[in-house]
Design a protein around this ligand. Structure first.
Ligand SMILES: Nc1ncnc2c1ncn2[C@@H]1O[C@H](COP(=O)(O)OP(=O)(O)OP(=O)(O)O)[C@@H](O)[C@H]1O
Ligand SMILES: [Mg+2]
Length: 308
């Protein structure tokens, strides 16, 4: 079985729901529910990969605090190897507070450990133990971002295949430095808005084609419309599943895991892998939270059968 390595940000999500109104300064509101869950795009993708059936290790950093313990415990509970998670007493574990309303949510993030991992923390000599490297949220991973080209170059040199999800840039600067890492990325996995911002293109196929001049294969997530993939001038499109949406948190991470599992681990051709990834995304939007009650690969295949 192939071994996957996810390197990335780690944090908890504190989700407050059932609020009677928007918050007002100077007032106290009672909420109906509160939940603490494992946050982080990279960790949610790792969770999906492990549930699908992959062997996954995580390299990252947490603070020496209760939230850090929780994060490591959650990764382990999901069967993800955590020997590469550093506990650093000089930082605090990152936190995202989500005020969740039926129509949308407001997020507040304390970066802490999310931004703290650096290239010098990573034992690049151990990369050769793995078959594939994935990372995400490059604009949040502020310390690691300048080191990404060197990390991905080292992974390629060690014989790994690689994937990267840019994620959203909260500062909306969309720095061109992402183009320095793309030549070492086999599968680049932005969503539609991210691909358009990164390239400045007006049209998604144009954006994907431009990005594929740098990266191997570009896979763009198109929300309920599904996804498209582009490599060497060839474009594939796969429609999404018309499911009833409950909560879209983590749909992109579920999609990434589905694509990597189907294509990189199982060797399914790109159109079939896109379909499998769309099924994972669709399943994710029908359940609350980013990584609760995750399906096995057989369960995703059964979901696809049901929809045929
Ligand atoms: N409303 C929906 N109906 C069906 N499938 C969906 C829906 N929204 C998302 N998906 C599935 O999930 C995948 C990823 O969703 P999306 O395009 O929103 O990615 P994203 O913006 O990166 O998500 P995230 O917010 O998790 O980062 C889509 O490609 C699709 O397969
Ligand atoms: Mg995303």
């Amino acid at each position: 079985m192939k071994r996957l390595l996810v390197i990335g940000e780690l944090n908890v999500d504190l989700i407050i729901s059932g609020l009677p109104s928007l918050p007002v300064l100077g007032q106290e509101l009672l909420c109906q529910d509160f939940e603490m869950t494992l946050g982080s795009s990279s960790a949610i993708c790792a969770s999906w990969l492990a549930a699908l059936g992959a062997t996954v290790d995580f390299w990252g950093k947490v603070g020496c605090d209760l939230y850090g313990e929780f994060v490591v415990g959650e990764l382990e509970r999901r069967g993800i190897g955590t020997d590469g998670v550093i506990r650093d007493s000089s930082i605090r574990t990152g936190v995202t507070v989500s005020l969740s309303y039926p129509h949308d949510r407001a997020l507040f993030t304390y970066l802490g450990s999310i931004a703290a991992l650096r290239l010098s923390d990573l034992h690049l000599g151990l990369l050769s133990r793995y078959d594939h490297l994935h990372s995400a949220s490059i604009f949040l991973q502020r310390e690691l971002r300048p080191g990404l080209p060197a990390l991905y170059r080292a992974a390629k040199k060690a014989g790994l295949t690689t994937s990267l999800d840019s994620g959203w840039d909260p500062e909306e600067q969309w720095g061109r430095d992402v183009f320095d890492v793309l030549p070492h990325v086999d599968f680049f996995l932005p969503n539609e808005t991210e691909a358009l911002h990164l390239t400045g293109a007006n049209d998604i196929e144009e954006a994907a084609t431009e990005l594929s001049c740098y990266a191997g294969t570009v896979v763009v997530k198109l929300g309920r419309e599904g996804a498209l993939a582009c490599t060497g001038g060839q474009v594939w499109k796969a429609s999404g599943f018309k499911v009833e949406v409950v909560d879209t948190t983590g749909a992109g991470d579920a999609f990434n895991a589905g694509f990597l599992y189907a294509h990189v681990i199982e060797g399914r051709p790109i159109p079939e892998a896109l379909h499998f990834a769309n099924a994972c995304g669709a399943i994710a939007v029908t359940i609350i939270g980013g990584a609760t009650a995750l399906p096995s690969a057989a369960e995703v295949d059964a979901f696809i059968e049901e929809w045929q």
